[in-house]
Design a binder for this molecule. Structure first.
Ligand code: AMP
Length: 369
């Protein structure tokens, strides 16, 4: 077992297995291509190691180049994909093999096809060392697949967890814990979910995931996800489901050794609630309870305007945006009460009073679960 940052990973695919898979890929590809000289295109950063080992095994002449895309896995939009390192050669009439380290949802392939759309290549083929069939959501044909793996977070051989692990010569899988306690902290904006989550996560040793916080982190760091989310958040509207769901899944995967989660700000729609159930089932776990902080609208508006004086959040500063967030809650999110009530998992808690009193009320619900 190894540790990277705060997570533990167990050995999963050995260097020998990787070596064999790449040898087979190179052999099959060379057989198909005959005497044609392919252009192998590695997708940075992850594919640097795969490409390096692969081309050494390729038994005939080939060209090698790289692209680097400023894309986020969870993004659906195919527009405005920045190529940080782009193609700089004429590929007219050439057979291009895009070589990936891993294909999971396949969203990167959308961007790849976008990049090659105007290149007049003879053929565009996709090759990957690892493939997660259970996560794959696209229709693009994958021409060469090395090793199929389950939908679990992996590191090593070019793949990283928050920057670490790329240099490992073999691949590791994140260590999961079963028997988790998973809570959805629910309530309109300003109900005090974030404040209470900070107390509860310490008390019950849970990982707190606030989708709002993850979005704000991405906005601050000017990632592609942040840029996309900002346009919705600034209006007080919800970010599209698929973007949010993919992001949430990635956050949960990163914390696979957690004792459980407090989901704060997620789910906000039926589609999100269903995807969360599926995610929990894939971890042999479930949502234990939705605990809702109940607070009247006028108190919410008052609290958020007060918080806006210091939070620096644009969506806290303007009363009409605040009212839109509350409206979004009642239009799209409040229905989730029924979703969890139907499973006998809904618990309403009075969210007005001192912070300590409210923590006591929430703890009483959790202790009784
Ligand atoms: P919050 O910090 O939870 O109030 O979230 C701030 C903003 O982030 C929301 O107004 C939405 O624009 C966006 N957001 C956060 N969580 C979600 C979610 N689960 N689905 C869609 N949008 C979200």
């Amino acid at each position: 077992m190894i540790q990277l940052h705060d997570k533990y990973f167990k050995p999963f695919v050995s260097a020998t297995q990787i070596d064999r898979a790449l040898t087979l890929l190179a052999h099959n590809m060379a057989k198909d291509l005959g005497d044609e000289i392919p252009v192998i295109v590695g997708v940075l950063n992850g594919a640097f190691m795969v490409v390096s080992d692969f081309v050494k095994k390729y038994p005939k002449p080939c060209e090698v180049t790289f692209v680097k895309l400023a894309s986020y896995q969870g993004m659906q939009s195919t527009n405005n994909v920045a190529q940080l390192i782009g193609l700089n050669q004429d590929l007219t009439g050439r057979t291009v093999i895009v070589l990936e380290d891993i294909i999971d949802t396949g969203n990167t392939l959308v961007h790849i096809h976008e990049v090659f759309k105007n290149e007049s290549v003879k053929a565009l083929k996709i090759a990957t060392l690892f493939f997660k069939p259970d996560a794959y959501k696209q229709d693009f044909k994958l021409h060469y697949v090395g090793i199929e793996i389950p939908n679990k977070f992996i590191v090593g051989f070019g793949l990283d967890y928050n920057g670490l692990g790329r240099n490992l010569p073999e691949v590791y899988q994140i260590k999961e814990t079963e028997h988790m306690t998973n809570l959805v902290l629910f309530g309109p904006p300003g109900a005090g979910k974030g404040t209470q989550a900070n107390f509860l996560k310490e008390k019950y040793n849970l990982v707190h995931i606030s989708t709002g916080d993850v979005f704000r982190y991405n906005i601050k760091n000017e990632t592609a996800l942040g840029t996309l989310a900002k346009s919705f958040i600034d209006k007080g509207a919800l970010v599209p489901d698929q973007v949010t769901i993919d992001m949430l899944n990635a956050e949960v995967e990163k914390n696979a050794d957690a004792n459980g989660f407090i989901f704060d700000g997620f789910p906000r729609t039926n589609a999100q609630a269903e995807s969360l159930d599926k995610l929990m089932v894939s971890k042999n776990s479930q949502i234990n309870a939705m605990i809702a902080l109940e607070v009247e609208d006028e108190i919410l508006v008052e609290r958020l305007l007060e918080r806006g004086k210091t939070s620096g959040r644009a969506d806290d500063a303007d009363e009409s945006i605040i009212r839109n967030r509350v409206k979004e809650y009642y239009d799209k999110t409040a229905i989730l009460k029924d979703y969890y009530a139907n499973q006998n998992k809904y618990f309403g808690v009075n969210g007005v009073g001192s912070i300590e009193d409210i923590t006591v009320r929430l703890s009483a619900v959790i202790d009784a679960l």
